[in-house]
Design a binder for this molecule. Structure first.
Ligand SMILES: *Cc1c(COP(=O)(O)O)cnc(C)c1O
Length: 385
């Protein structure tokens, strides 16, 4: 079908919840995508931090096709091996403890919030300004953005947000606090790296008052910033860790990793999800972890990220460059990021993402080659000139 036919179908039959760009993609390979005319694009958006191995990675494709041919679904009333082994791998590679599977980032956060409230028999949830935790009611209640929350009021009671500073966090957490949830690197609001002092203050406040410290690494985890988990950089270990986006190599999967203190809070019947932990998504996740756990890849992500940061800062019209590894944002000296992102796609065949009126974000594949990095910089330079 042509793009205009798809647009007509959308217009008639699809709830208008998304603002789509006028391109139909039909194929991908590594950092490249092709539209229905055969035009090639360079993907620096990565499906919003999902496609961290690039498109069509052979190990992911093989894992999915082999598992699909064996068994696609049986549900959580029985055992299947990929999920049990994935739980072991995620727990051993992070907090210890135990894992609960979900199908998305927002669901992983819902599970974390439910565990925290059950453990405390109630209590408040504190989140940070500029944070983003998802669109379902619990996660949305922890996402303090007027435009996203207001149409859907009333939200879940007992949630409040404070500024992302060590002092504000220390003042906010008390014996009524069930959980403090934060992204160590805030993605959706424009890639803000929270400083170590804040994370240490969060850890200390939660320890003092017995609250759960939840790190939402749905976007910044799984090697995106050059360590397997973003928390490793600051050396502050949360009580619970959520992951999703890149975990399934493009298939929907999320996970809550509960450290030892929270590992046995949920009991049978407390919480669950029909598709969660299914063998195909978990097989894909094993293939993703095989790649992103490699220390050489992680070092490469850090080094390439540093080079990109330096080079982005030399582009005309670019002010501050923020981020770590391959999770980067550029602040433009003038507003107009959404228009720049649109022109990058249409005129230069480069996929970027605008996080605000003056900010665009780069989330390329972690397997990005130097040649593709240079090519993207050249296209951006030409666009900004
Ligand atoms: C994308 C995102 C979510 C929500 O994930 P979904 O899979 O869209 O539900 C939650 N937290 C962070 C930090 C995210 O970037």
């Amino acid at each position: 079908m042509s793009l205009s036919e798809l647009q007509e179908l959308e217009h008639q039959y699809v709830v208008p919840a998304y603002a789509r760009m006028p391109v139909q993609f039909v194929r991908g390979d590594g950092a490249r995508l092709w539209d229905d005319d055969g035009t090639e694009y360079l993907d620096f958006q990565g499906g919003l931090a999902v496609s961290s191995l690039g498109h069509g990675h052979p190990a992911v494709v093989a894992a999915i096709t082999e598992q699909a041919a064996q068994l696609i679904h049986v549900g959580n009333l029985f055992y299947t091996e990929p999920g049990m082994r994935l739980a072991q791998r995620l727990a051993q590679g992070s907090l210890g403890g135990k894992v609960h599977f979900a199908n998305s980032g927002t669901e992983a956060n819902e599970a974390a919030l439910k565990v925290a409230r059950k453990a405390r028999q109630g209590g408040d949830v504190i989140s940070l300004h500029r944070g983003f935790h998802g669109r379902t009611y619990g996660s949305l209640s922890a996402t303090p953005q007027e435009a996203k929350q207001a149409p859907f009021a009333p939200l879940v009671p007992g949630f409040r947000a404070v500024p992302p500073t060590a002092d504000a966090v220390t003042a906010a957490v008390d014996e009524r606090t069930a959980a403090l949830i934060l992204e160590p690197i805030q993605g959706e609001s424009g890639v803000w790296v929270l400083d170590d002092e804040l994370l240490q203050a969060a850890r200390a406040a939660c320890d003092e008052h017995g609250a759960a410290l939840i790190f939402d690494e749905v976007q910044c985890g799984l090697g995106r910033t050059g360590t397997l988990w973003a928390y490793e950089d600051a050396g502050v270990v949360p009580d619970m860790l959520t992951t999703a986006k890149a975990l399934g190599g493009g298939l929907p999967i999320g996970a809550l990793i509960c450290g030892p203190r929270f590992a046995d809070v949920l009991e049978p019947g407390d919480h669950g999800s029909t598709f969660a932990g299914g063998p195909v998504a978990c097989a894909a996740a094993h293939a993703v972890l095989d790649v992103v756990e490699d220390p050489l890849l992680l070092r490469r992500v850090r080094e390439l990220g540093e080079r990109l940061m330096d080079e982005l800062a030399t582009l005309p019209g670019v002010g501050e460059v923020r981020g770590r590894g391959l999770m980067l944002a550029c602040e433009l000296e003038q507003q107009g990021a959404p228009e720049l992102v649109r022109r990058a796609l249409i005129e230069r065949h480069l996929l970027l993402n605008a996080t605000g009126p003056g900010t665009f974000r780069l989330l390329p594949a972690l397997t990005l080659t130097d040649a593709d990095a240079d090519e993207a910089l050249a296209r951006l330079r030409a666009l900004l000139a």
